[in-house]
Design a protein around this ligand. Structure first.
Ligand SMILES: *Cc1c(COP(=O)(O)O)cnc(C)c1O
Length: 320
């Protein structure tokens, strides 16, 4: 498995009425590799690139709760090559993603946040000096290959619209490094369309977040030799930071309530760091801007192990 052009698009389910609109959900959490999610979608493209070269180990970067590191560690295990993860020093519990990366045999080097860049370079040099050929994957699956993954996801969305004879007015999802966002926006620029693509930020402020999405989109478009003015690209980016509620790993009652309600109503798990926050943010956005009678798509970007971290932490509260 793990073919780049996934033979089948991930499902889009109709969930029914949502605040006076029709809500659909694209289940990237069901991508058939390592618990799915956007990091699995991106990883397929990195895997293809890895296999094209003569590489024999993988180096990447991410925190202890990172979905990306779990997926990449799984990919390395599947390829039978060592995986080196550089992680920033932080106060996080032993999360399921961390546990899974360990299970896959990944080696972790923990450094202070300011030393991450240097640590990656050192690791790459050390491995090369040992006669290995390390393949580097940016944190979160950032870069043109990651953007390509969500450019292709946008094509899947278009295909669905055409087959169903409908068009989405809004597309919502959780945005972090902005690669998912950049890929979707580039898809819209190249393939056309007028839906509003709205990234609900999980950590970054709108100013900075938007600049990074813009940078990634321009980099991707110029690699494809597509001519767009930076103003046109910028006008397509809607980066919303109104629903951060404290950044990564924020504990918010409203988000927990949203997660409980979505699971009870539809049987779909969300997590507090990304998808739960974005789903709740989408609801708040729709209320704030009085969006009604629209076709709305939510992209479920995965993170299922984080759902269980949340469950586990509530269980510990009960045990005490
Ligand atoms: C990483 C991640 C995101 C954010 O994706 P970016 O491409 O980094 O913006 C959203 N949801 C989940 C579950 C993630 O793991």
């Amino acid at each position: 498995m793990l073919h780049v052009a996934s033979e089948r698009p991930t499902p889009i389910q109709f969930l029914g009425d949502f605040e006076g609109n029709l809500l659909y959900i694209k289940r990237d959490d069901l991508l058939p590799f390592s618990f799915g999610g956007n990091k699995a979608r991106k990883a397929c493209y990195f895997l293809d690139d890895f296999r094209r070269g003569e590489y024999d180990c993988i180096v990447t970067y991410g925190s202890g709760h990172s979905n990306h590191c779990r997926v990449i560690a799984n990919m390395a295990a599947m390829e039978g090559v060592p995986c080196e993860i550089i992680s920033p020093q932080e106060q996080v519990e032993y999360t399921f993603n961390r546990q899974l990366s360990d299970l896959f045999g990944a080696t972790r080097t923990i450094v202070s946040v300011n030393d991450v860049h240097r640590a990656i370079e050192n690791k790459m040099t050390q491995l090369s000096e040992k006669g290995l050929r390390p393949y580097f994957i940016p944190g979160g699956g950032h870069g043109n290959l990651g953007s390509q993954a969500y450019f292709d996801c946008f094509r899947e969305i278009r295909g669905f619209e055409q087959s169903q004879g409908l068009s989405f007015d809004y597309v919502f999802f959780a945005t972090g490094t902005g690669t998912t966002h950049a890929g979707l926006v580039c898809g819209q620029l190249v393939m056309g369309g007028s839906e509003r693509i709205i990234g609900i930020s999980v950590a970054r402020s709108a100013d900075r977040g938007k600049q990074i999405v813009l940078g990634s989109a321009i980099e991707y478009l110029s690699a494809r030799n597509c001519e767009f003015s930076s103003g046109d690209v910028e006008a397509s980016i809607h980066f919303v930071d109104d629903y951060l509620s404290g950044g990564y790993a924020a504990e918010s009652h409203s988000i927990k309530e949203e997660i409980r309600s979505v699971l009870s109503t539809y049987g779909i798990p969300l997590d507090p760091v990304y998808t739960g926050k974005a789903f709740w943010g989408m609801r708040m956005f729709i209320r704030k801007h009085s969006v009604v009678d629209c076709n709305v798509l939510f992209i479920h970007t995965g993170g299922t192990p984080l759902f269980f971290d949340q469950l586990q932490s509530e269980r510990q509260m009960h045990v005490q």
